[in-house]
Structures are given as C-alpha cells and as structure tokens.
Design a binder for this molecule. Structure first.
Ligand code: NAD
Ligand code: IPM
Ligand code: MN
Length: 350
C-alpha cells in the first residue's frame, strides 16, 4: 500500500476547471490499485491576493514541499499587475523546488486539426531548462518612466545548470530515437550560446549513439512548421523553450492538449505538473477549456512517481478520446463537449 500526497494548486481562470478533470481522471486511474490519493488543496492565485495581499507565504511553500508531487492549473489574471503571480508563485515554485527540467512532449494525434497542411509524424519532446536564463530575475530598471529609462534582464547560464539539463536530454534521447537538437542563438548570444554548444559537444562524447544537431532559434521556428517530424528531443534554454513549446502546441492541434512537467530528477523536492497553457481569461468559467493538457500532465506525474502502468492507462484513454474526436469530425459531426464532459469521457475509459 502506498499513499501519494498531492499538493493541488488550481489557481486562476480555467485552472480550477481543468484541474478538477485532471483529478477526476487521476482518481479513476488509481481506483483499482493499492495507491491512495491524499490531496491538499492550496488557495493560491488572484482571489487570494485580492483578499489578503499574499502570493505564496513561506509556511505554505514549506507545506507544499512536504508533498510527493504538485498539480497546478494556471496562474495569472487580468485583474492583477502582470508578473506578480507569474514570478511570485509559479516561478518561485519552479526555482525554490529546483525544477531544472521542464519536460514538454508534443505529439500529433490523427485527425486533430492542425494548421499544417502535411504535419507528418510529429512526436518530439522539448527539454526546456527551468531555473536559469532570462527567467532568473537578474536585472533592473533605472529612471523608470522617463525618456532615459534603462531596463535590463540578464540571462544566467551556469556550467552546472547547463550540464545537468543537457545530460538529462541525452539520457532521454537514448530512450527515444537517439536524436538531440540543441536550439540556441550562438551567432549573437556568444557567451551563453557557446557554453551551451560546448556542453552539448562534451557530454555528447559520452553518448556516441545519439546524433546531435544544432539550430538557431529563429530557424527552429521555421522547421517546427515546415518539418516538425525531424525533431526527437530538443534541448534549449528557459525562454526559447517557452516560446517553442507554445508553437509546438499550436502545430499539434492547440495549446489545450499540451502537457508539461517541472521536474527535479533528484527527488530532493516534489516535481510539479501543469498544462503548458495559461489561465485563458477569455474562456474562463465557461466550461470551454480542453482539459486534455492537464489530464496528460497527470499521466506525466504518475510516470514520475514510478506508476508507469497507471500513467499508460491515462495515455491510452486520451488516445481513445482523440480517436473518437477524429472519427466524429470525419463523419461531419464534431464533438462539442464541456470541460467536465471531456473529463467524464476520459475517466470512463479507464
Ligand atoms: P493562455 O495560454 O492562457 O491563452 C492563450 C490562448 O489559448 C487563449 O485564446 C486561450 O483561450 C487558449 N487556451 C488556453 N488554454 C486552453 C485550453 N485548455 N483549451 C482551449 N483553449 C485554451 O495564454 P495568455 O493569454 O498569454 O495568458 C493568460 C494568463 O495566463 C496570463 O496572466 C499569463 O501570465 C498566464 N499564464 C500562466 C501560465 C501558467 O500558469 N503556467 C502559462 C501561460 C500563461
Ligand atoms: C509557461 C508560462 C510561464 C513561463 C509564465 C506564466 C511564467 O508561459 O509555463 O509556459 O513563461 O514559463
Ligand atoms: Mn509559456
């Protein structure tokens, strides 16, 4: 018998709607197992901030740390100054829990509408560095709101930080199709870019079976649209990875399907699983959000906790739901379902 202590942060906008479906499916996946789910819900996000002015009090951060994993919906709300929750809650968790791997798989399911005329076989994983780069918060502004303002954001790239994410990406490539693409911009970002390139070369020498490739980020955005099947594992820094994974979501049929894990592979702290998308204020509270991104994030969570069979059952149920969508669309009767109806349908398939 085993208990999973899960910290749940539904957050803002569509966050609570999609998290409810993620948990519904998680419970279904664990129903016939000897695993018990012990959830703690944390009231964090815009509503809490408006009520109390708090973003993430230390005591709650400590409580969160004592869990086995975290499921997060989304944070950010137009009623708040931009950045308060994004930095103070989401990035604070990623940084303080040392989530140096941001794992973002992309797969195109048959029949799912994509803007690409010929998507080919899209199945790749972006390994985005999660704790450094331009996200480090290393910058400042002087003479703010004057014609002489100077604003800086300095990208931090440490040999330690780059090596650990590159190593993880090589390991992952060996479990997949043995192809690794580094995406950066070393023709301009000559300091960080060369550190990344040298690290890939050096670590790559230990993985002779893995073919490595390099693309400048601007070219990478082209190939994601013209030939996405060329990618297997992409490793990149924090900001490039953020941008590429929204693009990856778009080419595979929409951001509502894209899952992610913020992983600390050492197990020193709980890892955090969340959809790639945000709080989608434009559709919040209307049961219009697709919960598949969150449900697939729950599968990543189970995999991370060593519950591979349960994870596979969720992945299979998602596959089946995608098949049903494709069949209905082909028959000229596309499925129109609420967020909860999709969660019910996936749960029922488990
Ligand atoms: P967004 O991802 O929230 O929305 C972009 C577009 O995608 C919108 O049109 C939205 O309706 C659509 N969309 C998103 N999720 C969907 C789903 N599950 N099903 C169907 N459609 C979906 O990005 P944004 O508009 O740039 O940001 C909104 C807020 O969310 C901001 O405050 C931003 O900072 C925050 N944000 C949070 C996270 C996070 O918590 N991880 C991620 C991205 C953005
Ligand atoms: C994401 C989001 C976040 C990021 C924001 C909300 C801080 O866009 O998870 O992709 O930039 O990492
Ligand atoms: Mn993003």
């Amino acid at each position: 018998n085993r208990t999973i202590r899960l910290a749940v942060i539904p957050g803002d906008g569509i966050g609570p709607e999609v998290v409810a479906e993620g948990i519904k499916v998680l419970r279904a996946a664990l129903r016939d197992s000897d695993v018990t789910l012990d959830e703690t819900h944390f009231d964090l996000g815009a509503a809490r901030w408006h009520r109390t002015g708090e973003v993430l009090p230390d005591a709650e951060l400590e409580q969160i740390k004592s869990h086995d994993a975290i499921l997060l919906g989304a944070v950010g709300d137009p009623s708040m100054p931009s950045g308060v929750l994004e930095r103070g809650l989401l990035l604070k968790l990623r940084f303080d829990l040392d989530h140096y791997i941001n794992l973002r798989p992309s797969k195109h399911y048959r029949g799912v509408p994509t803007p690409l005329a010929d998507p080919g076989d899209i199945d790749f994983v972006v390994i985005r560095e999660g704790t450094e780069g331009l996200y480090a918060g290393n910058g400042g502004a002087v003479r703010v709101d004057t014609p002489h303002e100077i604003a800086t954001e300095v990208s931090i790239n440490t040999a330690y930080g780059v090596e650990r994410v590159v190593r993880y990406a090589f390991e992952l490539a060996t479990q997949r199709d043995n192809r690794l693409t580094l995406v950066h911009k070393h023709n301009v970002l000559v300091n960080a870019g060369h550190l990344w390139r040298r690290t890939v070369e050096r670590v790559g020498a230990e993985y002779p079976g893995v073919t490595t490739d390099y693309l400048h980020v601007d070219a990478a955005t082209i190939f994601l649209v013209t030939d996405p099947a060329r990618f297997d594992v992409i490793v990149t820094d924090n900001l490039f990875g953020d941008i590429l994974t929204d693009e990856a979501g778009a080419i595979t049929g929409g951001i509502g399907l894209a899952a992610s894990g913020n992983i600390n592979p050492t197990g020193a702290y709980p890892s955090m699983f969340e959809p790639v998308h945000g709080s989608a204020p434009d559709i919040a509270g209307q049961q219009k959000a697709d919960p598949i991104a969150t449900i697939s994030s729950v599968a990543l969570l189970l995999d991370h906790l060593g519950l591979a069979d349960e994870a596979k059952r969720i992945a299979a149920a998602v596959d089946a739901d995608m098949e049903e969508r494709a069949d209905a669309a082909e028959a000229g009767m596309p499925l129109i379902r609420s967020t909860a109806e999709v969660g019910d349908a996936v749960g029922a398939r488990i």
